[in-house]
Write a protein that binds this ligand. Structure first.
Ligand code: FAD
Length: 468
């Protein structure tokens, strides 16, 4: 779905509230040591700020730390008391972006001898890249592992109270209360499952699973599976389970309401429109009137933004998956610049976008880059919402940047005095997206954008990375 053509949210609000002037270094808390938290920490340190990164897990990488472990609530991921597993990776996962496009601007995701050198590598290679990044920029010393931030709130002098709990190896825990000048929320948004609303499902006798808890195909052996979704994980997982499942029925919003058709290249996979309802005998009925008796419904239906630790006095809310109000998807106007969110947009190339967001926040926190006034930021957010509404764009797609991510990146880059997104990266992204649609089985291993690969490699050779 394309964004509105006039993009008020991407224009710089007219006047500036302050004259850019570098102020003292800030004490900054970064919540999360995934790709967003790592690059945020690097940018904060480059700008001279002092950083503490809080990380629940015992290593860097966030989503990219694969585990065979799944959650304790029977695999749907909806019980708030469940034991939460951060990652949503499946064992077979390979990137859906070419490595040249995916990497940070000045720290290319290059092949390393002896490791997975494929252009669309397996998940272990992404984790290795992020670990290298943390090591090369000396970030490990700022990270407190096994430390859960459980409460963040603003205190009267404008600082932020961050309450965290460190769990030691002997399971003893220590709570700490600290004050920071700024908080960057980098907790990721692929952990809290969104479940499809299916009429009658309460009495449907089969098993429901969310893709967050999908790891390997073996448990689908001989099963009839209805898989809901059409995004990257739905495409991957349907193909992962097809060789072992008896039948795979993919129900998708993008399929026409009238047709069920078999999936090219498979004799046990069909594409269906959305689910109309389910019956107590195990039947799943689709919108075109066709039905199957299924064993499993697998929800590949995405995720919800979730900030259980954040207390902003209801200034920032999540409403139908709109996190708001956020100026440029980053700053709540009345709490800017001390509170910011890195990594909210989706349908994007995440790492470079996180990098530019972090550069901008770092420069603003130090006073080198100015923000518009609170009112101007609020007006900008309101104008953006009005545009979305006028074009019929659902609220839950507020942070979907399909079709305009590079424009957003360029806007941020310009604010930071940084070069715009490289032409080869834009073109290569477009090529990969096209191939993913037209050759979903082979797009990771067959391509013809060799000229773009060469351009990327030449560009990487010209880079001089500053390792601080
Ligand atoms: P995360 O990686 O989720 O990191 C958040 C971190 O915050 C975690 O380490 C978590 O432990 C920590 N945390 C959370 N809450 C707290 C707390 N209260 N206290 C302390 N720490 C906390 N992107 C690509 O570029 N290419 C791909 O091919 C690709 N494929 C993907 C496939 C799947 C199945 C998924 C789910 C995502 C994929 N992505 C891909 C997107 C991916 O999520 C991003 O690339 C990126 O890794 C997100 O980084 P993040 O730092 O925002 O979040």
């Amino acid at each position: 779905m394309a964004m509105p053509t006039t993009r008020t949210a991407l224009t710089v609000a007219g006047s500036r509230s302050t004259v850019p002037r570098r102020t003292a270094a800030k004490e900054v808390a970064v919540i999360g040591a995934g790709a967003a938290g790592l690059v945020a920490a690097r940018e904060m340190r480059r700008e001279g700020h002092r950083v503490v990164v809080f990380e629940l897990g015992d290593s860097v990488g966030g989503t990219w730390v694969y585990t065979p472990e799944v959650e304790s609530d029977d695999l749907l991921g909806v019980d708030p008391k469940r034991m939460v597993v951060q990652t949503s990776l499946y064992r077979s996962l390979r990137t859906n972006l070419p490595r040249e496009v995916m990497g940070f601007f000045d720290y290319p995701f290059k092949e390393v001898p002896g490791r997975d050198g494929r252009r669309f590598p397996g998940h272990e290679e992404v984790l290795a890249y992020l670990s290298d990044f943390a090591r090369d920029f000396n970030l490990l010393k700022c990270i407190r592992f096994k430390t859960d931030v459980f409460h963040v709130s603003r205190v009267p002098d404008g600082k932020w109270l961050v309450q965290s709990r460190k769990v030691f190896d002997d399971d003893v825990s220590l709570d700490t209360n600290e004050l920071f000048d700024g908080v960057l929320v980098c907790n990721g948004h692929y952990t809290e499952p969104r479940i499809a609303d299916i009429p009658g499902v309460d009495r449907w006798p089969g098993k429901q699973i969310h893709s967050h808890n999908y790891r390997v195909p073996e448990s689908f052996q001989g099963k009839v599976v209805v898989l809901i979704g059409s995004a990257a994980s739905a495409t991957d997982i349907s193909r992962d389970i097809a060789p072992v499942a008896k039948e795979v029925h993919v129900s998708s919003r993008s399929a026409s309401d009238e047709t069920t058709k078999s999936q090219t290249g498979y004799n046990n996979m069909w594409l269906h429109p959305m689910i109309q309802g389910t019956l107590e005998d195990g039947t799943v009925i689709f919108n075109d009137g066709t039905s199957v008796i299924a064993d499993v419904i697998l929800h590949c239906t995405g995720y919800k933004y979730y900030f259980p630790f954040l207390d902003t006095n209801v200034i920032v809310t999540v409403d139908d998956n709109r996190v708001g109000p956020l100026y440029k998807h980053i700053f709540p106007p009345s709490l800017a610049p001390s509170l910011s969110f890195i990594g909210i947009p989706w349908k994007v190339v995440p790492f470079p976008l996180f990098e530019l967001q972090s550069k901008w926040v770092a420069g603003i926190l130090s006073g080198r880059i100015a923000l518009p006034t609170e009112q101007e930021m609020m007006d900008d957010v309101e104008a953006f919402y009005t545009q979305l509404k006028a074009t019929g764009y659902p609220k839950r797609y507020t942070h979907n940047m399909d079709g305009y991510q590079f424009e957003y990146d360029d806007w941020l880059a310009t604010q930071c005095g940084y070069p715009k997104v490289e032409n080869w990266r834009r073109k290569m992204y477009a090529e990969a997206s096209k191939r993913r649609r037209t050759q979903p089985e082979t797009y990771r291993d067959e391509w013809d954008d060799h000229d773009l690969v060469l351009q990327a490699q030449e560009h990487f050779l010209s880079l001089k990375t500053l390792k601080i």
